[in-house]
Design a protein around this ligand. Structure first.
Ligand code: ARG
Length: 563
């Protein structure tokens, strides 16, 4: 039952001069709860009814009756509706329990195709803590869109192409040692890459050599291709370890190199449509009219660029997937890049450029200021995840040494804590990584929410009241009603998070649900109560357990049953 809709249909039966839409629009939610849950002002009816608004309110209120409301009364010119709490409780709690794992899922998408591109890391580079942002915002958006019945395609647009691979090949051939690299591949390659830059400062011919090797790679030279493939393969082994820890999934790893053979056709098209112009041997698109600097499409040596690859990728995705929406989860510093290429796609005559969305985010920094990619001081994402797990394992060993599958639970809680912190803030905000806040069992943290879930599980395990019919009037107290109001909002929350591309909406919601649940738990005893009271409260506990688990799933956090 939709209570607001019920107000509309009750009023419609008495007020012929207003349409249902007009009535719906006029309904207010009183600030003061003693005035009920909905209020309808009668001022506008004075003309039609030729009576004072107060009298109209009183007369209409008199005639209205419905099981959905425990009170319908007039106060001055308003008709106030107070929801029947038992009916409301029954409606919400039963819906959650019946739907179970499906509570929160809705058919907004009609199976329309949505691409979520995320993570998109550069190969032969270290995956540091900053990389958690695209990975987790993207993975969660994919789950949120999936829950809304969109057909989601998860793409990892790997940074596996570009002149840096020429440099990497030169450095490896000059100073690399296969055995050493294979032992610790990404770290060693990064070292070689740094060395290349140091050496190239004094010896510019190295840059020429690097360019030659990249051209070789573009032309399919076997040695260049083999070295590049080798770097790519071992990078993927490292990345996949992290993706496994984070439960990140992808349908496609079509990255930048995938588009190398699709570039000539795009360049051809850009020339034919007279969108590019020559500029000192290079080709550019003038974007002054759109308030942006020109975009470089090909370099003087003819090699293609990042922008061009993104245009080729977008065109390919439209052809291959015919997407309804094409989402890019990429940091805010690339805003201009995305604006530029999307404008170019529009200039090519493709309206679907408007269906491409750059979902950007701010920066994560470490409390002790330890992070600096340029200075080579990086905090590896994998190390952070494993350290979080170890810290939780220590706590478990101390507080609950008898727990089954300790390792697994520690992983779920430790990594969940990192992910929770990542997805708690509005994505555009910069945030400071805090070990202390993150691992705290109090306040706004992953462990706090997981603990609330585990508490619900344990209540349900300990007392068995199946097959007792529930008297929902037992849930009329404030603390229970607050939990019920939270539960009823979940579906709206999922839609809102999708519309705003904002997983933090779900994170904040589940935190506030867990808080409301803990207040309920402290205010209402469950053990040593009559069977009726137990049954009603446990029904609520069950609905909470389901909703927390479903919400955590959307933000890629596990919900262990025992901690
Ligand atoms: N690999 C790029 C980087 O690390 C991000 C790629 C973003 N995606 C895209 N389609 N351009 O900066």
């Amino acid at each position: 039952m939709d209570f607001k809709q019920e107000v509309v249909s009750l009023l419609s039966s008495q007020i012929e001069d207003l349409t249902s839409e007009e009535i719906l629009e006029a309904i207010e939610v009183p600030k003061n709860a003693s005035m009920g849950d909905y209020a309808f002002p009668c001022f506008k009816l004075a003309k039609v009814f030729r009576k004072a608004p107060n009298m109209i309110a009183a007369e209409i209120a008199e005639k209205l009756e419905s099981d959905a409301f425990e009170k319908i009364e007039s106060v001055a010119a308003y008709i106030n509706f107070t929801i029947n709490k038992s009916a409301y409780a029954k409606q919400v709690v039963e819906k959650v329990i019946v739907l179970g794992d499906d509570y929160g899922k809705q058919n907004l998408g009609d199976n329309k195709k949505v691409i979520v591109e995320y993570s998109s890391v550069n190969i032969a580079k270290i995956m540091h803590i900053g990389h958690i942002r695209s990975a987790m915002i993207g993975n969660s958006l994919a789950r949120i869109y999936d829950a809304l019945n969109y057909d989601v395609v998860r793409i990892n647009h790997l940074g596996d192409y570009g002149t840096q691979f020429g440099k990497m090949i030169v450095a490896y051939k000059k100073w690399g040692d296969k055995a050493i690299v294979e032992k610790n591949p990404v770290d060693e390659l990064v070292k070689l890459y740094v060395k290349f830059h140091d050496e190239a400062e004094n010896d510019p011919s190295l840059d020429d050599e690097a360019r030659e090797w990249f051209t070789k790679l573009e032309n399919g030279d076997p040695e260049a291709t083999e070295l590049w493939q080798w770097m790519k393969d071992f990078s993927m082994v490292e990345f996949n370890r992290v993706y496994d820890l984070l439960d990140c999934e992808f349908d496609s790893f079509a990255g930048e190199s995938f588009y190398s053979d699709k570039m000539p056709a795009i360049l051809e098209e850009l020339r034919e449509k007279k969108i590019v112009k020559k500029d000192d041997g290079a080709e550019i698109v003038d974007l002054e009219e759109y308030g942006m600097p020109p975009s470089l499409i090909t370099k003087r040596d003819g090699s293609s660029l990042y922008v061009t690859r993104d245009i080729a990728a977008a065109v390919y995705r439209k052809k291959t997937y015919d997407f309804y929406k094409n989402i890019y989860v990429v940091g805010a510093p690339q805003q201009l890049h995305f604006k530029q290429w999307m404008q170019i796609v529009k200039l090519m005559g493709y309206d679907w450029a408007d269906d491409c969305e750059h979902v950007m985010f701010g920066i994560v920094s470490m409390e002790d200021g330890k992070m600096s990619t340029r200075k080579g001081r990086v905090v590896k994402l994998e190390d952070v995840l494993l350290k979080a797990k170890d810290s939780i394992l220590e706590v478990i060993e101390e507080k609950n040494p008898g727990l089954e599958n300790k390792e697994e639970v520690a992983k779920q809680v430790g990594i969940g804590a990192v992910v929770f912190q990542e997805l708690f803030h509005n994505r555009i905000k910069d945030y400071v990584f805090s070990w202390e806040k993150m691992l705290s069992a109090e306040g706004e943290s992953g462990p706090y929410v997981q603990y609330a879930h585990a508490r619900a599980c344990s209540l349900l395990r300990n007392i068995d009241v199946t097959d007792v019919s529930v008297d929902y009037s037992i849930l009329n107290d404030d603390a229970s009603m607050e939990v019920i109001r939270h539960l009823s909002k979940f579906e709206e929350i999922v839609v809102d998070a999708a519309r705003k591309y904002e997983p933090s909406i779900v994170t904040r919601y589940v935190t506030s649900l867990a808080q409301a649940f803990n207040t309920f738990y402290n205010a209402n005893r469950i053990s040593d109560q009559s069977e009726d009271v137990q049954a009603a409260r446990l029904a609520l506990v069950k609905a909470v357990k389901i909703t927390i688990k479903n919400a955590l799933h959307l933000i890629t956090i596990q919900a262990p049953e025992q901690l």
